[in-house]
Structures are given as C-alpha cells and as structure tokens.
Design a protein around this ligand. Structure first.
Ligand SMILES: [Zn+2]
Length: 448
C-alpha cells in the first residue's frame, strides 16, 4: 500500500507562483518554485532580490510553503519543468530551506543558476543537477523520476514523470502538443502512450487555455505569420522593430533568420534578451549569424540605436524587450523619445506577443501603442501563437495517459472549471477521480 499526497502549494488559485509537492509515503518531491510577477510589479519600488521570503509570501508573490511544516515527510528533490519565472522564480527565496538537489534540463538549470547569482538576500547552496529529456534518475530506492520531451514557449521543457511502486504520477504544467516545432523535437507521444499502458495514478496538469476551443496552433504558424509580416511588403526599406518574449528562444531564432533573409543585421536589445538568448546560444541550442549583435545594458543599447539612425534603419532589425509596455524596457523608452532612435511616419512595430490579460498590463500596453502611433508608427499586433495547450490538446493528453486521478493546476478557478468540464466529458467524476485543489490543500490517494 502506498499513500500519495498531492499538496497544492501555489499556482492553484492564480496564474503564477507555481509549486506542487508530491508525497509518496514519507518522501516528498517538490515540483516548480515560481514567482507571481504582477504582485511584484504593482509596487513600483520593490527590489525583489533584497527581499525576505516571508515578505514576498505576504504579498502573494511566491508560494506560501510554510504549509510544508505540517506535511509529514522529507523533501528528496526539487524539480523544475522549464525555465519560466512562474516556475523557477522563487528558487532563490525558498530552495535553501530544503536539503535537496534542484533538478532540471540543462537550459532550465542554467537559468536557475542565473537566478541564484542575482539573489542578494539568501545563499542557495543546493546541488543543481541537469538531466535531459528521455533520461531517468533514482531519487530513493522506491522512487525515480523521468523527463519526457514536451513543447512550450521556452526550450527544454519536459513532462515530469515520478515512478513509484504503485504506478506513475505525471506533472504536465506548461506544455503544448506541437507536432511541427521550429526548435527542438515534438513531444514524445510514443512514451506518453506507453506510460498510459503502464499505469498512471495521477495527472497534474495546467488548465490555462482549457477554455479555448480546438488545438493550440503550432509554432510553425507563428513562424509563417512573422515571415508574412516581415518579408511580405512593398515597403521593405522602412524602420522595423520586432518585440517578443526574450525567453521564447524559438521565436527569437525565427526572427533572426528572417532578418538575414531581409538583408538586415539583427540586433537583440534588453537585459533579458542577453540572458535568455546569449545563454541558449552559448549552450548550442541555437546558431546565430556572425553579424548578430546583442546588448544588455542601457548605455550599449542607446549606442546601438544611435548607430542605426546614422547608418540607416533599413540596414537593421532591432529585436527588443517591452511588448507588454513594461516601464523602462527598450520599446517603452523608444516610444517616450528617450533614446536616439526616432520613430518616423510609416515605421513598423511588430508585436510577436499577445497582451497578458491583466488590467495593469493592458493599460501599459495601451499607453505604449498610443505613444508609438502618435509618432507615426504602424502597429502589427498579435503576430503570435500561444505556448499552452487548448481544450482538445488536453483531451488527447488525457486519453493517451488514462490517469486514474486528474488535478488541474496552474490557473484560476475559472480555468480549472473549464478543464473540469472537459474532463467530465472524458468520463472523470468531480470529487472522486477529478479534483479541484486550492492553495494549501493536500489530496490523499491510496494505492495498492
Ligand atoms: Zn511556462
């Protein structure tokens, strides 16, 4: 008899600060330790790297792991499934409280190391261990973990499988079933089906886009849309600026390739561009043309923008941060006229990103677009596809894995309810095999 506990620590009542603890008898594996960025950004003066965990917990910015004191068992490992901040951002604040290694794919662990280096309050000394998709690792005599390749809006994302004597537990938080990714391999469908045959006790899965009809479009679609916008034009000599998620390595890679086709030199600008893209390049995930330039700090960025004005806007394709209208990001500074780059009538700003649907970002983004338009810019909006599975992708994952129990995570209660409706259609019963968890709750499952 094995007793399994699924402890919802964070990310069950909201988008962000994901953290789940999975207890197998007395051994615990923590999955993800994320940050909820909007709770930090709402205070204009916070310096998160200097703040104490308890302060951040009170703000709702990081998971409230004080509940772990009431859970009986020892934490054996902390596993991060991908490198987004809502999955790794609380590592510098919480990981040191556990005597356990931090495990992730090579790109994810590289980003975790950056996080830990920029922390100024706590010293995180946990061992950091890299493991590739397709590999296994023994955690205790009874428990091992396996990484199964997935796709998402950041490279090196995995489904986590925890193998126990009674069957597997699968954690699928943040994935899309993309069969034609532009970087990396498609999800390992064979292995997922095989796991379904071997026996899955529980599936913990994101509910983010489970309210959206159909399947999430492949990254190949975003690639085509971008090509169409950048190369499909009769005005190929105007100023063009692309803004996208710096962590979306595959997307930035596409943009850089298109810049070459356009005969322009790609210049990546912004501190997060430098962190995510230069790291991916150094680790061999992407190749960059020799001419590419990457600038992280403000002085270098302004120098490069001055050079563009001097040599000619048609010779360069700046790829910048600031698509959500974040104050201080490169695009915002350009819109404010605070850089040497002057927007002229007919210049194009291409947003390869959606607007994050929170009132604060919507307001920032509205202000940004208005300022750009007032200077004469033409706006290309939402040249983007989501990195999160839609309803029918979730349906397929459920039918491949055939878990006994399903727990929606990574979303608001509205998102969970959309997921629950889909799972009910698939035959699951709420309160019996389908479970709605709130932050701070533990679900008990007894297995033979
Ligand atoms: Zn993610």
């Amino acid at each position: 008899m094995t007793e399994i506990g699924i402890i919802a620590v964070g990310g069950y009542n909201e988008m962000g600060r994901n953290m789940t603890a999975i207890r197998i008898d007395d051994d615990i594996i923590i999955v993800d330790m994320g940050l909820r960025l909007d709770r930090v950004q709402i205070h204009e003066d916070v310096e998160i790297d200097k703040m104490h965990s308890l302060e951040l917990i009170e703000m709702g910015a990081i998971p409230d792991d004080t509940i772990m004191k009431e859970v009986n068992g020892n934490v054996r490992a902390i596993v991060c499934t991908h490198g987004h901040l809502d999955h790794i951002g609380a590592i510098p604040k919480l990981a040191h409280r556990y005597t356990a290694p931090i495990i992730g794919t090579p790109y994810t662990t590289a980003l975790i190391k950056h996080q830990i280096e920029s922390e100024r309050k706590f010293g995180v000394k946990n061992n950091i261990v890299s493991m590739n998709a397709g590999e296994h690792m023994e955690i205790t005599k009874e428990i091992s973990i396996e990484f199964v390749n997935a796709q998402h809006s950041i490279i090196d994302t995995i489904f986590l499988v925890i193998h126990t004597n009674s069957g597997a537990i699968v954690y699928a938080c943040d994935f899309k079933l993309d069969r034609t990714p532009t970087l990396g391999e498609a999800p390992d469908f064979n292995r997922l089906k095989q796991l379904g045959e071997e026996g899955v006790i529980a599936l913990i899965t994101e509910s983010t886009n489970s309210g959206r009809n159909g399947k999430a479009p492949s990254e190949m679609i975003a690639h085509s849309m971008l090509r169409d916008v950048l190369l499909g034009t009769e005005e190929s000599d105007v100023g063009m600026i692309v803004t996208t998620f710096a962590s979306h390595v595959a997307r930035v890679n596409s943009i850089v390739k298109f810049a070459e086709e356009m005969g322009r030199i790609p210049i990546l600008m912004g501190s997060s561009m430098e962190r995510y893209i230069a790291t991916a390049h150094q680790m061999g995930y992407i190749e960059l043309p020799e001419k590419v330039e990457i600038y992280g700090n403000r002085r270098e960025i302004d120098k490069a923008l001055a050079k563009i004005m001097e040599v000619g806007k048609d010779k360069y394709l700046p790829v910048v941060t600031g698509h959500q209208g974040e104050p201080g990001a490169v695009l915002g500074r350009i819109a404010n006229g605070d850089t040497p780059y002057k927007i002229e009538k007919g210049d194009r700003i291409i947003f390869s990103a959606n607007v994050i649907p929170s009132p604060m970002t919507q307001a920032n983004r509205y202000a940004l677009e208005t300022k750009l338009k007032m200077r004469g810019a033409r706006i290309y909006d939402n040249v983007h596809v989501s990195g999160h599975a839609y309803r029918e992708d979730h349906w397929e994952l459920l039918r491949m894995l055939k878990p006994e129990h399903v727990i929606p995570a990574h979303g608001t209660i509205q998102m969970h309810s959309e997921y629950i409706q889909m799972a009910e259609d698939a035959g699951y019963i709420l309160g019996d095999t389908l479970h709605l968890l709130r932050n701070g709750e533990e679900l008990y499952i007894e297995e033979e």
